[in-house]
Design a protein around this ligand. Structure first.
Ligand SMILES: Cc1cc2nc3c(=O)[nH]c(=O)nc-3n(C[C@H](O)[C@H](O)[C@H](O)COP(=O)(O)OP(=O)(O)OC[C@H]3O[C@@H](n4cnc5c(N)ncnc54)[C@H](O)[C@@H]3O)c2cc1C
Length: 441
């Protein structure tokens, strides 16, 4: 049922009429996120600017028992911010104030998590998804940099979690429960982040191979040599061609696999590690190792890798990108398995991802209007996730469960974990106001 006039009036009195969208055509962009083939019309969209407004809104939503779906920039890839029919979409993009960080850049500090969407996604969305990125192997993911946060609980109560202390073991770490909670346990309104010294030097290189196994072996050999590069990313043949066509950075095209490798730290260590990485790539039969001459070329190569999803998306009307993760030693097997599954189901696929993290993004190039093909994509993903679980991996390394993967979560998490997650959710949100129908509902 659509939201009634009295609810809309109350919402207007909380955020002001300039921060409330109700017209059908204005709501269209908020009916979906970055996930293919999922959409639902909200009842309205509210742009909140303060914690107090969010608290008032959630109290109201509880009174009238209306679902609220929190939305950052809507770049999510598991349907987390796709609305529930006629819900209130609570959009946080106007909460962009940096409260205490003016000195960071000047002091040579940096914030390592760098999701491919970092220029557009919000920090609230990054925390709610515990997003990863290209630097995960050496620097970890969003969770490793969140020291504290302000959260508005589903009933409107405001709570602060964490602090600036390096050590703190007082009570359960509720902060860690909120990280990755996908908008189902609270609305994150402030985040206290850890910054670290910016590495003095960095070296970026690209190597190409005529077999994916050789790229995977290079990654294993680099880590066995006690080098932890900040980036070890791979693209398969299809993705290399799409990225080059899109970004035009002169990537070599006559190869089956490409590795983007970066090492950072003290200048002397970087030189030594880069030389060793080049040597190991060549020992594994690298066809070419190209070392970026300067920062501009390094940035261009990293940007090319970041554009993989957008580049693949140009090939077909619908791009369904997934996020299976396996122990690193199983990655070469997993990439071969994904290819086999794609062939079996007669599907077009490009695969890329974070080789150092064992995190791959098989991306099916399809058309959501073709029901038979979408069914085959679904069957293929079932096989891929089953295999990831069998190998000791996970059904998502960074994009979350949302709507896209909720059917696969019980098999991965098991009964006890599902029950505890549901009980926790019910304890905090007995009326199921925040993001219902996602993850395990
Ligand atoms: C081109 C592209 C590249 C990407 N690359 C990466 C990558 O490298 N690594 C990676 O991890 N992800 C990546 N993503 C996925 C996505 O960008 C991340 O999940 C990101 O963190 C989502 O942020 P957002 O602000 O867009 O959140 P949204 O998509 O709006 O929301 C995501 C989820 O978080 C919840 N949420 C949002 N804000 C809040 C809040 N303030 N409080 C509570 N819950 C909230 C929502 O309800 C939803 O469940 C990529 C996406 C795209 C389109």
């Amino acid at each position: 049922m659509a939201l009634d006039q009295s609810t809309l009036d109350k919402l207007r009195s909380v955020v002001g009429s300039e921060n409330l969208l109700t017209e059908k055509e204005d709501l269209i962009p908020y009916a979906f996120d970055g996930t293919a083939a999922m959409k639902e019309a909200p009842g309205c969209v509210v742009f909140a600017a303060t914690t107090g407004q969010i608290s008032d809104m959630l109290k109201l939503a509880n009174d009238i028992e209306t679902p609220v779906v929190t939305r950052g920039s809507g770049t999510g890839l598991s349907g987390g911010s796709v609305p529930v029919a006629d819900c209130i979409v609570l959009c946080t993009v106007k909460m962009e104030q940096i409260l205490e960080a003016e000195a960071a850049e000047k002091a040579g500090l940096f914030y390592p998590p760098d999701p491919g969407s970092m220029k557009i996604s919000t920090i609230g969305g990054n925390v709610a998804e515990n997003s990863g990125g290209l630097r995960g192997l050496k620097y970890g993911v969003t969770r490793n940099y969140v020291m504290g946060m302000e959260v508005v609980l589903p009933d409107g109560e405001v709570m602060w979690l964490g602090n600036k202390c390096v050590k703190d073991v007082a009570g359960f770490s509720l902060k860690d429960v909120m990280i990755g909670s996908e908008g189902a346990l609270g609305v994150i309104t402030k985040v206290l982040l850890k910054l670290i010294p910016k590495p003095a030097a960095k070296k970026t290189m690209v190597s190409t191979f005529n077999a994916m196994d050789a790229a995977a072996q290079t990654v294993s050999d680099i880590i066995a040599a006690q080098i932890i590069p900040c980036t070890l990313e791979f693209l398969d043949r299809t993705t290399i061609h799409c990225v080059e066509d899109f970004a035009k950075v002169g990537l070599p095209l006559d190869c089956e696999a490409l590795l983007l490798m970066e090492t950072d730290g003290h200048a002397a260590a970087v030189e030594e590690e880069a030389a060793k990485m080049e040597e190991l790539a060549k020992a594994n039969g690298a066809m070419e190792v190209r070392v970026a001459r300067d920062e501009a070329e390094a940035a261009q190569l990293a940007t090319a890798r970041r554009s993989a999803f957008s580049a693949l998306a140009r090939l077909a009307p619908t791009t369904i990108l997934e996020d299976a993760t396996v122990p690193r030693s199983e990655l070469a097997h997993m990439i071969r398995f994904v290819d086999k599954v794609a062939k079996k189901h007669k599907l077009k696929i490009g695969t890329f991802g974070h080789m150092g993290d064992g995190n791959l993004h098989p991306t099916f190039l399809t058309d959501e209007r073709n029901a038979d093909e979408i069914h085959r994509v679904h069957e293929a993903f079932k096989e891929i996730f089953d295999e990831a679980i069998r190998l000791g991996g996970t059904i998502t390394g960074e994009h979350g469960i949302g709507l896209a993967k909720k059917e696969f979560l019980p098999k991965f998490a098991g009964e006890a974990q599902m029950r505890v997650m549901r009980e926790l959710r019910t304890a905090l949100d007995p009326k199921g106001i925040l993001n219902p129908g996602k993850m395990f509902d």
